[in-house]
Design a protein around this ligand. Structure first.
Ligand code: NDP
Length: 341
């Protein structure tokens, strides 16, 4: 690795998450730099370019996007579009010879995920899914403690992710449209509950069950689901009890119950605040982990993986696994019986 070398990123989609979290986080990165913008709104792109010192010649729209093939400054394309557009732009980025960082959920269908993985392989480029929690220090410490036996044998993981979907918020408008979002609370934030169960246990579920409750008279839930409660069974015998909701007050919590101790991470998946408590029969201890910018850490992880020719920790296969499981949750809820994976 050349010291100080940075990979050039093109951010695709200048929405809430890109503007408020990702683009400002390049200032905290060590191996990544923002070099190009892709947007359907040129005025907005010009303003962002001005603010972050991006050359006007490095602004693209969704039609001119494929011309990034001729831009040697761009190494990695970061896709921050509505879920149903992830696959198309990942494939076009690979065709242009670029590596891809793609927001969660990876895509809408299993077939789209497989197409993305295949396109990356054929282009010999890296594909990473932006599972930021796996690059966040408190979650990484929880994973370490679970894996190294600090909590004893892991028997149960519970995780809840909920918030109120607000039709007045632009970012929530496409989330109510199935053709753009692919699913409701499960796809958007239930995926954090699922990720937690998988990264804490380090296992893949063998059985899934689920229930969905949506008030179809509420205009928000004409096309997508609201409340989901789902359970996973793991080969070790561990269980996960997981939820997602678009109609309850905010929660972003992970709890791990082991034979020696339990761990509560609450909030677990905030942008910049995490609190962790470990409890045993005798004591309750707060675990203080210094906060770090998880978005910069995530981008730098991919930048280093590209520079060193390694696979990232959360490749396309990891995104595909989650989409398969989320689809099984929908099936289990539809059929009213568990699905064996
Ligand atoms: P926004 O609606 O705020 O941003 C989406 C952007 O995509 C728009 O601003 C627009 O950018 C572009 N876009 C292109 N086509 C469309 C279309 N048909 N409808 C709407 N927007 C379009 O959404 P978010 O930023 O909240 O979410 C974007 C992605 O990021 C999603 O996949 C989401 O799951 C993920 N996300 C991840 C988070 C995390 O913590 N990891 C947190 C929040 C979101 P432009 O105007 O520049 O063309």
């Amino acid at each position: 690795e050349t010291p100080g070398r940075r990979m050039g990123y093109a951010v695709v989609g200048l929405g809430q998450f890109a503007l408020n979290q990702i683009i400002p986080s390049f200032a905290r990165s060590r191996s990544s730099k923002l070099v190009a913008l892709v947007s359907g709104h040129r005025d907005k792109a010009l303003q962002v370019a001005e603010r972050y010192g991006i050359a006007q010649t490095n602004i693209y729209d969704y039609q001119t996007f494929d011309r990034i093939a001729d831009n040697g400054e761009i190494d990695i394309v970061y896709i921050i579009l509505p879920n149903a557009l992830h696959a198309e732009f990942a494939v076009r980025a690979f065709k242009a010879g670029k590596h891809v960082l793609c927001e969660k959920p990876m895509a809408v269908t299993v077939e789209e995920c497989e197409t993305m993985i295949r396109a990356g392989r054929e282009a010999d480029r890296k594909l990473m899914i932006a599972y930021r929690a796996q690059y966040e220090p408190s979650n990484m410490e929880a994973i370490r403690m679970a894996r190294e036996g600090d909590l004893g044998k892991i028997r149960l993981v519970t995780s809840d992710h909920g918030r109120i979907l607000d039709p007045k918020v632009p970012a929530d408008q496409w989330r109510m449209v199935r053709a753009l979002a692919g699913g409701g609370s499960l796809y958007d934030i239930g995926i954090y509950s699922l990720q937690a169960a998988r990264y804490i246990t380090g296992e893949e579920p063998v059985e899934v069950s689920g229930r969905i409750s949506s008030d179809r008279s509420d205009p928000r839930f004409k096309e997508i689901e609201d409340l989901v409660a789902f359970q996973l069974r793991f080969p070790s015998g561990a269980l996960a009890n997981l939820t997602s909701s678009y109609s309850t007050s905010p929660v972003k919590r992970i709890q791990v119950f082991g034979s020696k101790a339990s761990l509560i991470l609450d909030p677990a998946t905030e942008y910049e605040r995490h609190e962790m408590v470990v409890k045993t029969a005798k004591e309750e201890r707060r675990v203080q982990i210094p906060e770090d910018n998880q978005f910069a850490a995530e981008m730098d992880h991919l930048s280093k993986a590209v520079m060193e020719g390694r696979e990232p920790k959360t490749p396309g296969e990891e995104g595909l696994r989650d989409i398969r499981i989320l689809q099984a949750v929908y099936q289990a809820a539809r059929e009213g019986k568990p699905v064996i994976l």
